[in-house]
Design a protein around this ligand. Structure first.
Ligand code: HEC
Ligand code: HEC
Ligand code: HEC
Ligand code: HEC
Ligand code: HEC
Ligand code: HEC
Ligand code: HEC
Ligand code: HEC
Ligand code: HEC
Ligand code: HEC
Ligand code: HEC
Ligand code: HEC
Ligand code: HEC
Length: 449
């Protein structure tokens, strides 16, 4: 190797020693000139002797057409090549014609990636695979604990075009289509579903990082819950402030126990028809510090007269699945006990759908069918303080085997207090654990002596 200084001296000597060289500019223009052309002069055992020795050598370098690119001056220095883009385009296709052009290409700096002469890497690249990209881009995109298959193996160019593209971020296709190229099973699975989660319609990258992430599936937060809550901030607030929390949110699958993050045939991204979904867990009794939670699946199978919203399979009509501030995660107030002082506020749950005045007037001929003549029996039972009977004393909110969802029995502390209801055409009879047999008749008031 010649030192720089020596090389300079050598060049000066060379220039004066070879008169031929002074006439170079003319003979150079005859590209492919014979014997005494530049081919011998540029690459000699002393000068540029490594040219053409690497694994990949550029066509014109292999044929020693140095002067096609270099315009030697009289002092044997080369004019600086300002824009290689233009130079390269003399023989290659232009690479700045599409909508998005990679900045170094746009600036004509082909040589930042390609060695103009030769390199150990294919296409005379200055580095192979992702290493080339990391000469300019931060490695941080691959720093996540979980790396996406193709990026992990340095195959950046399966997704990115390196010179130019018709799609933003130099992608070879639209952001989501590029994913489907390999994840064809997902393209198939996501097709023809009734609902698709809003962020999915935008792009897969709303959730997945295409390169790497600290959480499984290349997320920036745990996909089962934290990821969801980065966008669903209101839900985060609701869930954390709820006084009655749903343990159904805390199974291993968290949000994904009920929701599909991609597509669904059911409303609200649910994985199943909502009521059936509840039964995937509520098909058994739970016993906890808060008491027993009934096996709702068998309760509904055994009790065939189902309440309106149960028939419509609308558990959410009454329960807030994500937790609430009311007993049993109910959407509105409903007393937990057999007795409660009368206050319509207590029964807000039922009054979401039923008449608020049900138990407010002592006499009525229209508020309710539970009357003896015009005596409102809902008023009689419910509208008392402190020992008003709550709706649960007679009705079950889900289903029973009696008309009007009247219970067979109601828990009264440790006792299953029987209700003993029989419906008749114009009224009914009751023989509960509370009093002797009473009859009511809407048409002509029964006399219960
Ligand atoms: C296809 C065009 C092209 C051809 C052909 C070519 N060069 Fe170059 N050469 C360049 C460009 C562009 C640069 C400056 C950018 C760079 O470093 O790649 C350069 C830089 C150089 C340099 C200075 C930087 C370095 O790499 O040391 C030398 C010396 C050189 N070329 C010699 C030659 C010789 C000798 C030949 C013929 C065997 C040759 N070149 C053929 C394009 C070419
Ligand atoms: C004088 C014409 C000429 C110029 C100018 C030229 N090239 Fe080339 N280039 C060739 C030839 C010829 C080949 C060999 C083609 C082949 O093998 O199919 C080639 C091959 C290549 C290849 C490898 C392609 C392959 O398929 O293996 C790359 C990369 C390349 N050139 C980049 C450049 C860059 C960058 C510039 C500008 C600095 C440039 N070329 C300027 C003629 C030229
Ligand atoms: C950011 C790095 C980078 C820059 C800048 C760059 N290239 Fe490339 N080039 C590549 C890579 C990587 C390949 C390998 C092929 C591939 O993966 O698409 C390539 C391949 C090529 C090829 C051969 C394959 C093909 O696509 O025909 C040519 C010719 C080429 N480049 C020319 C150029 C020219 C001319 C410029 C400047 C206008 C340029 N490149 C700028 C990285 C670059
Ligand atoms: C010579 C330096 C250099 C190399 C090597 C390089 N890039 Fe770039 N790249 C840039 C610059 C500069 C930008 C523009 C940065 C910006 O706008 O913030 C850029 C932008 C990008 C962008 C964003 C484009 C956009 O529209 O926002 C992508 C994607 C990209 N590069 C991918 C790659 C890939 C993949 C490789 C390796 C094959 C690579 N780059 C190699 C310099 C480089
Ligand atoms: C599976 C496809 C895929 C692979 C493989 C891939 N990328 Fe990307 N890359 C993308 C997508 C998609 C985006 C756009 C992300 C977005 O818009 O949020 C992107 C964006 C980028 C950006 C621009 C980042 C920004 O913030 O603007 C750079 C730089 C980049 N990728 C470099 C690389 C490098 C380097 C590799 C190889 C280690 C690589 N990519 C591999 C799909 C891919
Ligand atoms: C070039 C093919 C290819 C492309 C394009 C591609 N993937 Fe992948 N993807 C893979 C491979 C390979 C795996 C690993 C599969 C395995 O380990 O079973 C994978 C795995 C995944 C995984 C599972 C988690 C993991 O990293 O193992 C997710 C999520 C994923 N890809 C999302 C995407 C998204 C989003 C896109 C679009 C930006 C995309 N993929 C584009 C090939 C690809
Ligand atoms: C709202 C966030 C979100 C969006 C947007 C999203 N995903 Fe996912 N993705 C997830 C979650 C969460 C999982 C984990 C699912 C699980 O564990 O059951 C996942 C898992 C995956 C997996 C790997 C596990 C599997 O189910 O095979 C692939 C592949 C995948 N997604 C592809 C995609 C593609 C392709 C897109 C864009 C069309 C996309 N995702 C958009 C959240 C999202
Ligand atoms: C990138 C932001 C983002 C992430 C992450 C995200 N979502 Fe969403 N989600 C939205 C947007 C936007 C909507 C539509 C607007 C709305 O209803 O709030 C939506 C809607 C929903 C809906 C209602 C759908 C409907 O049909 O009304 C559910 C349920 C949902 N997301 C659940 C989840 C779950 C579970 C996760 C975690 C796996 C999650 N989301 C992650 C942004 C996100
Ligand atoms: C036990 C099942 C279940 C779990 C677990 C669950 N959800 Fe839901 N989610 C539902 C049901 C049922 C609905 C629809 C009706 C409702 O609001 O109760 C819903 C509705 C939603 C909606 C739509 C807006 C709304 O309130 O109607 C969003 C957003 C949502 N859930 C996000 C989440 C997030 C985030 C998680 C995890 C923290 C999660 N869900 C966990 C069952 C569940
Ligand atoms: C992933 C399992 C799972 C799903 C799905 C599920 N739950 Fe639960 N649910 C539980 C668990 C566990 C408990 C707590 C039992 C205990 O306290 O030990 C619970 C408790 C309840 C309670 C009593 C809460 C209390 O503490 O007072 C109600 C009410 C309830 N669930 C309603 C529903 C409804 C309605 C659905 C459907 C929208 C549903 N659940 C879906 C697991 C689930
Ligand atoms: C009309 C309102 C309403 C509807 C609709 C409703 N529930 Fe309830 N649910 C209640 C009330 C009120 C309680 C409290 C009952 C009690 O303590 O006697 C309750 C209690 C529960 C409990 C706790 C059981 C226990 O032993 O305390 C579960 C589990 C439950 N419901 C699940 C469901 C499921 C699943 C659905 C849908 C199939 C559903 N609920 C529909 C009002 C409703
Ligand atoms: C989400 C709305 C909704 C809520 C909340 C609700 N119900 Fe109902 N209820 C209905 C519907 C719908 C019917 C059926 C009406 C019909 O068939 O004409 C019904 C019917 C009834 C019936 C029987 C009427 C008949 O004609 O057989 C009784 C009794 C009843 N509800 C009691 C209650 C009680 C007690 C509560 C509070 C725990 C309550 N409901 C809460 C919607 C609701
Ligand atoms: C002492 C028992 C008892 C109590 C307590 C009770 N109900 Fe009833 N309720 C009945 C009987 C019996 C009927 C059936 C009337 C008939 O059709 O003959 C009935 C009927 C109903 C109906 C059907 C429509 C109507 O009024 O005829 C609704 C709705 C209703 N009750 C809601 C409630 C609500 C809400 C509460 C609590 C605020 C409540 N009930 C408390 C015994 C009771």
């Amino acid at each position: 190797m010649l030192s720089k200084r020596f090389r300079f001296i050598f060049l000066v000597v060379a220039v004066t020693a070879f008169p031929l060289f002074l006439g170079l500019s003319q003979s150079f223009s005859a590209v492919g000139g014979k014997a005494a052309g530049p081919k011998e002069t540029c690459k000699t055992s002393d000068c540029h002797d490594r040219m053409g020795t690497d694994k990949y050598v550029h066509g014109p370098v292999a044929t020693s057409d140095c002067v096609f690119c270099h315009k030697p001056t009289r002092k044997h220095s080369f004019a600086k090549i300002e824009n290689t883009g233009k130079l390269c385009a003399e023989c290659h296709e232009r690479l700045d014609t599409q909508k998005y052009v990679h900045l170094p290409v746009k600036e004509g700096k082909c040589y930042t990636c390609h060695d103009s002469h030769q390199a150990p890497n294919k296409f005379m690249l200055r580095a192979a695979g992702a290493e080339l990209c990391f000469k300019c881009h931060s490695r941080s995109i691959m720093k996540g604990k979980f790396a996406h298959g193709p990026a992990a193996v340095g195959s950046c160019t399966t997704c990115h075009a390196v010179h130019q593209a018709e799609f933003p971020k130099l992608l070879r296709n639209t952001a989501s289509a590029i994913c489907y190229d390999c994840h064809a099973d997902k393209a198939e699975a996501f097709k023809n579903k009734k609902f698709s989660h809003a962020p999915l319609q935008k792009s897969c990258m709303e959730c997945h990082d295409p390169h790497s992430g600290d959480f499984k599936n290349n997320f920036k937060a745990d996909g089962a819950q934290d990821l969801c809550l980065t966008c669903h901030k209101d839900k985060q607030k609701d869930i954390s402030t709820a006084m009655v929390k749903h343990k159904g949110l805390d199974t291993e699958k968290k949000c994904l126990a009920c929701h599909d993050p991609h597509v669904s045939n059911y409303i609200k991204q649910l994985t199943m028809q909502p009521a059936e979904l509840c039964m995937t867990c509520h098909d058994k009794e739970y016993v906890s510090s808060k008491g027993r939670i009934a096996d709702m699946k068998s309760l509904l199978e055994k009790n065939t007269v189902a309440h309106g919203p149960i028939k419509q399979k609308d558990c959410s009509g009454c329960h807030n699945t994500h937790g609430s501030n009311n007993f049993r995660m109910l959407r509105e107030n409903f007393p937990a006990k057999f007795y409660a002082g009368y206050d319509p506020e207590n029964y807000k749950l039922c009054y979401m759908c039923h008449e608020k005045t049900l138990a407010s007037d002592e006499k009525t001929t229209k508020l309710t069918a539970f009357r003896n003549g015009d005596q409102n029996l809902h008023f009689v039972h419910v509208n008392k303080t402190p020992k008003g009977r709550t709706c649960r004393a007679c009705h079950d909110a889900h289903a029973t085997n009696n008309p009007r969802h009247i219970r067979d029995a109601v828990p009264f502390n440790a006792w299953q207090l029987p209700v003993g209801f029989e419906k008749t055409a114009d009224g009914g009879t009751c023989l509960p654990g509370c009093h002797k047999l009473y009859t009511y008749n809407r048409k002509s008031a029964a006399k219960n002596l």
